[in-house]
Design a protein around this ligand. Structure first.
Ligand code: PEP
Ligand code: MG
Length: 554
C-alpha cells in the first residue's frame, strides 16, 4: 500500500512500525455474556500487573532504597485484597466487562478512603487508583510504550506526536515519524528536522491502517509512505539511502569555513535549538552560534514551571558550550499550539490570536521575572542575546524593558552579578511588527524574522491545520514585501536581521533571503552544512534583481 502525506523532514527511512496510540482515559463499558471468560481475562490482567509492579519495585529498590520501594508492596497487596476482588467478581457476574467492573469497584473504595479523617488512609485512595488504572490499561491494551527503549530501526506512527514524546525517544533507534496530524512547521516536524529524522505528516488515518511490526518505507522528500512494499521498492530505496549518506559525507568539507556568497558577502549561519542537548548537534554541524533557543520546551510536559535555578543551569550550559559564539535565547513563547496546563490559561477560541508569547509574559509577570532573573544570572557565562517573541506594538517593548529594569534592581540589591552589555532583540513575526519595523528598530539591538508565524498571520493560514497547508507560500509577494521592509528599516537604523523560521533551512528560499538582504540565517542544526553549501553557490547581487521581479515596486 502507498500513502501520501506532507513531507515534513527530509530523508529516507526504512523500518518496522511502532504504533503509538493515545492514552485516552475513557474506559470501555460493554455488556458480556460469557462470565467465566471475562473473569479469566480479569485474573490474567491482575497477574500481569503484579509482574509489572514487581519489576518497578526492584528498580525502585536499586535507585531509591528499600524504604521508598515499600510502597510497591502495598500496591501488590491491593491486587490481592479479597474485598476488592469479590466486588469485581460480583460486578462481572452481573454482565459488566472487566474494565468497568474494576473501575466501579475501585471508585467505591476510593470514595470511602477519601472521606476518612486519617491522612494516611486518604492517601491510600491514590494507591488504589494507581494500581487499578494499571490493570485497566492492560485489559484495554492501552499500555504506554516505553519510548526511551524503542527498538532499533523503528518508525514511529501516531495520530500526533507530542514534543515530549519525540524528545524522549532514543533517536538512534528511530528511522522515521509518520503522523495523522500536523503541518510542515508543527513542532514535531521541527524536532524531526533537528535530529535529521525523516518525517511525513498529515496522513489521514495512518494509525488504523498500519499495525505494529509492519515494514514501512518513508520518503520525507516527497511525503510517500509505503506499507509492506515489495522487494523491488525496498531495493530501490536502499540504494537511495546509500546515496544520501554519501552526499552527507561530502558536505563535511564545509565544516570549518565561514559562510560567504559567491560574490563574497558574509552570511552568519547559526542554529535553532529547543533543548540543551541540541547545542551539541549544532556545534557538531559547524553552527556559528544559536540563533533561536525556544525556551518554552523547558516548561512543557511537567506539572509546575522550572525553578529559576533550573532555568539558570539550562541557559548557562548552552552559553558555556557555545563559548564566545552568540546565543539568542527567546523568552517563553506559550500559547498557540503549545499549551501548558499548569499555567491555567483560559481556553481561547483562537489561541494563535490570543494570549500568547510576550502577551502571556506581560500578563503573568511573576513567571516572566523568574525567567529574566535566570537569563540575567546566566549572562556572565557567554555571549547572551535576549529575544522577545510575537511583538506587535512598541508598548510591549517598553513594558518589557521596564520589567527588565525591575529585575536588574532586584539582582543589584542581592548583589548578584549579570552582564551589562548583552543585546536585546525581538522576533518580527507579526505583520504589524514588520510594518512598524522602522519604529521598533529604534528600541532594540536586532531583529529575527519568525517566518513560520509571519507567513501564518500574513496569509491567514493556521500553521497546524493541514487542510490549509496548501496555501503556505513563502514566496507570496506579501510575505516577501514584509521581509524586505523589515530588512531595509533595520539596516537604515544600523541593526542586523536574521531569519529563524523554517524558510531559513529551505534551500530554495536561501538565495531569496540573501537577495532580500538578511544578515543571518538560523537553521535546524542538521541543515547547517546544506545551507552553507547553498550560500556559497548564491550570487547576492543577482538575487537582488530576482527579488525586484518578485516583490514589484514597493
Ligand atoms: C517562527 O514563528 O518562525 C519561529 C521561529 O517561532 P516558532 O516557530 O517557535 O513560533
Ligand atoms: Mg513564532
Amino acid at each position: 500500500m502507498t500513502l501520501k502525506g506532507i513531507p515534513a523532514s527530509e530523508g529516507i527511512g526504512l523500518g518496522r512500525a511502532i504504533v503509538i496510540r493515545e492514552s485516552d482515559s475513557e474506559i470501555s463499558n460493554t455488556q458480556v455474556t460469557d462470565i467465566n471468560t471475562e473473569l479469566d481475562r480479569f485474573l490474567a490482567a491482575v497477574e500481569r500487573a503484579k509482574e509489572e509492579i514487581k519489576e518497578i519495585k526492584e528498580t525502585a529498590q536499586r535507585n531509591l532504597g528499600e524504604k521508598n520501594a515499600m510502597i510497591f508492596d502495598a500496591h501488590l497487596l491491593i491486587l490481592e485484597d479479597p474485598e476488592l476482588f469479590n466486588m469485581v467478581k460480583e460486578n462481572i457476574s452481573k454482565g459488566m466487562n472487566a474494565e468497568s467492573a474494576l473501575d466501579e469497584s475501585a471508585k467505591f473504595f476510593e470514595t470511602i478512603l477519601s472521606s476518612l479523617e486519617d491522612e494516611y488512609m486518604r492517601e491510600r485512595a491514590n494507591d488504589i487508583r494507581d494500581v487499578t488504572s494499571r490493570v485497566i490499561k492492560i485489559l484495554s491494551h492501552k499500555e504506554e510504550i516505553d519510548l526511551k527503549s524503542i527498538p532499533s530501526c523503528s518508525i514511529a506512527v501516531a495520530r500526533e506526536l507530542t514534543p515530549s514524546q519525540t524528545a524522549q525517544m532514543d533517536k538512534q533507534n528511530v528511522r522515521g515519524f509518520v503522523t495523522e496530524k500536523g503541518g510542515k512547521t508543527s513542532h514535531t516536524a521541527i524536532i524531526a528536522r533537528t535530529y535529521e529524522i525523516p518525517a511525513v505528516v498529515g496522513i489521514g488515518d495512518i494509525t488504523s491502517v498500519v499495525r505494529d511490526g509492519d515494514f514501512l518505507i518513508i520518503d520525507g522528500n516527497d511525503g510517500t509512505v509505503y506499507v509492506n512494499p515489495d522487494e523491488s521498492i525496498i531495493r530501490e530505496y536502499e540504494k537511495r539511502l546509500e546515496e544520501e549518506t554519501r552526499k552527507k559525507e561530502e558536505l563535511r568539507k564545509f565544516l570549518q569555513i565561514e559562510a560567504r556568497t559567491q560574490d563574497g558577502r558574509r552570511i552568519k549561519l547559526v542554529a535553532n535549538i529547543a533543548h540543551v542537548d541540541e547545542t551539541d548537534v549544532a556545534l557538531k554541524n559547524g553552527a556559528e552560534g544559536v540563533g533561536l533557543f525556544r525556551t518554552e520546551f523547558l516548561f512543557m510536559d511537567r506539572t509546575e514551571p522550572p525553578s529559576e535555578e533550573e532555568q539558570f543551569q539550562a541557559y548557562k550550559t548552552v552559553l558555556e558550550k557555545m563559548g564566545e559564539r552568540p546565543v539568542i535565547i527567546r523568552t517563553l513563547d506559550i500559547g498557540g499550539d503549545k499549551s501548558i496546563p499548569y499555567l491555567n490559561i483560559p481556553k481561547e477560541e483562537n489561541p494563535f490570536l490570543g494570549c500568547r508569547a510576550i502577551r502571556l509574559c506581560l500578563a503573568q509577570q511573576d513567571l516572566f521575572k523568574v525567567q529574566l532573573r535566570a537569563l540575567l544570572r546566566a549572562s556572565v557565562y557567554g555571549n547572551l542575546k535576549i529575544m522577545f517573541p510575537m511583538i506587535s506594538c512598541i508598548d510591549e517593548i517598553i513594558q518589557t524593558k521596564e520589567i527588565m529594569k525591575e529585575v536588574k534592581t532586584e539582582l543589584d540589591k542581592e548583589d548578584v552579578k549579570y552582564s551589562e552589555d548583552f543585546e536585546i532583540g525581538i522576533m518580527v513575526e507579526t505583520p504589524a511588527a514588520a510594518i512598524i519595523s522602522d519604529m521598533l528598530a529604534e528600541e532594540v539591538d536586532f531583529f529575527s524574522i519568525g517566518s513560520n508565524d509571519l507567513i501564518q498571520y500574513t496569509l491567514v493560514i493556521d500553521r497546524t491545520n493541514d487542510k490549509v497547508s496548501y496555501l503556505y507560500n513563502p514566496l507570496h509577494p506579501a510575505v516577501l514585501r514584509l521581509i524586505k521592509l523589515t530588512v531595509d528599516n533595520a539596516h537604515k537604523k544600523g541593526i542586523e536581521v536574521g531569519v529563524c523560521g523554517e524558510i531559513a533551512s529551505d534551500l530554495n528560499m536561501v538565495p531569496i533571503l540573501i537577495g532580500l538582504g538578511v544578515d543571518e540565517l538560523s537553521v535546524s542544526p542538521s541543515k547547517v552544512l546544506n545551507v552553507k553549501k547553498k550560500i556559497f553557490e548564491t550570487n547576492s547581487e543577482k538575487e537582488k534583481m530576482t527579488i525586484q521581479k518578485l516583490v514589484g515596486t514597493m
